[in-house]
Write a protein that binds this ligand. Structure first.
Ligand code: HSE
Length: 302
């Protein structure tokens, strides 16, 4: 059997929605498993030469995790994956705040669900898996905000209790992802830098701006400049990467709505006719990209 998972990049937080909001972007990794292929792992694309090929990569680990969890809950039928070849085409840059770990996790988990169901002869294998895949991905990878958008697409809101809702953002949104070529930030480092307690004023500020961000994304993109403001995480994170702060402030000075993408260091901006993203200069990639409506998809090769 040959199955491919196509899974989108995601931008978490969107400024004030720390650990709650996610947006799927039309930049997808593809991971193929082939049970007829030579057992092993291979990669191409972004970061291919730094990804493990001994089965310790994130997709393979997520597959083993999902296999253990899913098999335990099944009655009859297939309970284990056979030896297989795994090939990944990576388009999401690593450690740039664009959800590459969530994408790898969701791809692995979705492939396990699809394989088990197809091997059992289930005619509509993917009908039931998204919510279960989301819960497993959030448990395995630890960032439900990225996992939700990777599984469901569009704009997603999660709570710490695991409740998730997906929305179609306003069609006029024009996201631009600004990726610093040579700056990387691991999510662990970017989280370690955050304070463990916040001021009540700052919590209120974020709650009001998060609510406004939802209104802006779904109904009134012109509100984004006012809405995308945060007092919980962005300032600390931008202080870790001063070259990114410069570009962030340049965009703000041009009245372009901008936030740190996930834990950074990439930025997510939204442009409109009057407020274009200026050229961020050497060492930056500015990618104009659509919101992706679909989350993870599985394609079976015939
Ligand atoms: N909400 C998480 C964070 C996202 O900002 O740390 C990590 O991608």
């Amino acid at each position: 059997m040959r199955l491919t998972a196509r899974v989108p990049a995601t931008s978490a937080n969107l400024g004030p929605g720390f650990d709650c909001f996610g947006l799927a972007l039309d930049l997808c990794n593809e991971v193929t498993i082939d049970t007829e292929g030579e057992p092993g792992v291979s990669w191409e694309g972004e970061g291919a030469d730094e990804l493990a090929t001994d089965g310790t990569d994130m997709v393979s680990r997520a597959m083993r995790f999902a296999q253990g969890k899913v098999a335990g809950g099944r009655g009859t039928g297939v309970h284990a994956l056979p030896p297989l070849h795994l090939h990944g085409v990576n388009r999401i840059p690593l450690e740039r705040g664009l959800g590459s770990s969530a994408a790898a996790t969701v791809a692995g988990i979705a492939l396990v669900y699809a394989f088990f169901d197809l091997a059992d002869g289930e005619p509509n294998p993917l009908a039931a898996f998204p919510l279960a895949a989301f819960s497993l991905a959030a448990e395995f990878e630890g960032h439900p905000d990225n996992a939700a958008a990777a599984v469901f697409g569009g704009f997603t809101i999660v709570t710490d209790g695991g409740l998730v809702r997906r929305f179609d953002p306003h069609p006029d949104l024009r996201p631009v992802v600004l990726i610093p070529e040579d700056v990387r930030l691991s999510t662990e480092d970017a989280r370690r830098a955050l304070p463990t307690q916040v001021l009540l004023d700052d919590a209120v500020f974020n709650a009001s701006h998060a609510a406004l961000t939802v209104a802006a994304l779904l109904h009134e993109p012109a509100l984004l400049l006012a809405a995308l403001r945060d007092r919980l995480h962005q300032d600390v994170r931008l202080s870790l990467v001063p070259e990114v702060r410069e570009v962030f402030e340049l965009l703000r000075s041009k009245e372009v709505p901008v936030c740190v993408s996930g834990a950074g260091p990439s930025l997510l901006a939204f442009e409109d006719i009057g407020h274009q993203v200026p050229d961020p200069g050497e060492g930056w990639r500015a990618v104009r990209i659509s919101v992706r409506s679909a989350g993870v998809e599985i394609v079976r090769a015939v």
